[in-house]
Design a protein around this ligand. Structure first.
Ligand code: SF4
Ligand code: SF4
Length: 230
């Protein structure tokens, strides 16, 4: 793969990568939330409706079926929230060459370690020839390739699985397969949302992730009843 042209086609600046991170937070917050990075202020408003598409249960894939595929690890900045890391990964990060930035969430400062994948000399040190060495503990920006929290008109989120829309730029080898059982779906998918739950708890933000996990566990599709939660 020509990583130079991939970086050019799919590259995200640090600010755009932060906005991507905020889009996950925004999709699952329970209350309006203010985030400040340097002089930029973001006002996140929780979705009015949250729907789960049947594609979540129908489309089975894992990047681990494509050992060594690291196309998603190129071209953006990954953000590791220090508070949500295990001690082992935190120690490893501290020993690496990474940037540190502070992002204020609801008045609380949060330290993030960042890798700039746009610069080949500072690519993520967790990349190996077999793929991500911290796959189950990767940061939120890496956690959901092909799982989307798609936002409509700033008020509705639909959770779905889709291929990369720009496949000409991101030649992802994944072909979706059916799940052979609901248990296989649970094993494959729930841990990602459990990681997101830990992340939101570390930010001390009220959120709907536990509700999403419960609904996914029951294989429910359609609109979540958010009014009954708060
Ligand atoms: S943490 Fe893993 S998935 Fe994320 S950029 Fe690094 S190697 Fe890739
Ligand atoms: S989503 Fe596709 S392109 Fe990205 S790492 Fe997984 S297999 Fe590779």
């Amino acid at each position: 793969m020509d990583y130079k042209s991939l970086r050019k086609k799919t590259g995200h600046s640090l600010l755009r990568s932060i906005k991507q991170e905020l889009s996950y937070i925004n999709a699952v917050i329970a209350h309006p939330t203010t985030v400040i990075y340097k002089h930029k202020e973001f006002h996140l408003v929780p979705p009015k409706t949250f729907q789960i598409s049947p594609s979540m249960y129908e489309r089975n894939y894992t990047c681990l079926d494509h050992p060594g595929c690291d196309l998603c690890c190129v071209g953006f900045h990954s953000l590791f929230l220090s508070k949500s890391l295990s001690k082992q990964n935190l120690d490893q990060l501290k020993s690496m060459w990474v940037n540190m930035i502070s992002i204020q969430v609801q008045g609380r400062s949060n330290l993030y370690y960042t890798f700039n994948h746009q610069n080949p000399s500072s690519d993520c040190s967790f990349r190996t020839s077999k793929g991500c060495s911290i796959y189950k503990e990767c940061p939120i920006t890496c956690l959901f390739p092909l799982i989307r929290f798609r936002k409509y008109k700033d008020e509705k989120i639909i959770l779905m699985k889709t291929q990369w829309t720009r496949r000409w730029a991101m030649p992802c080898p994944v072909e979706f397969k059916p799940y052979y059982s609901h248990d296989q779906f649970l094993q494959d998918t729930l841990w990602k949302f459990q990681n997101l739950e830990r992340y939101m708890d570390a930010l001390e933000l009220p959120h709907i992730v536990r509700h999403i996990i419960n609904v996914l566990s029951m294989r429910i599709t359609g609109e979540l009843d958010l009014d009954s939660l708060f």
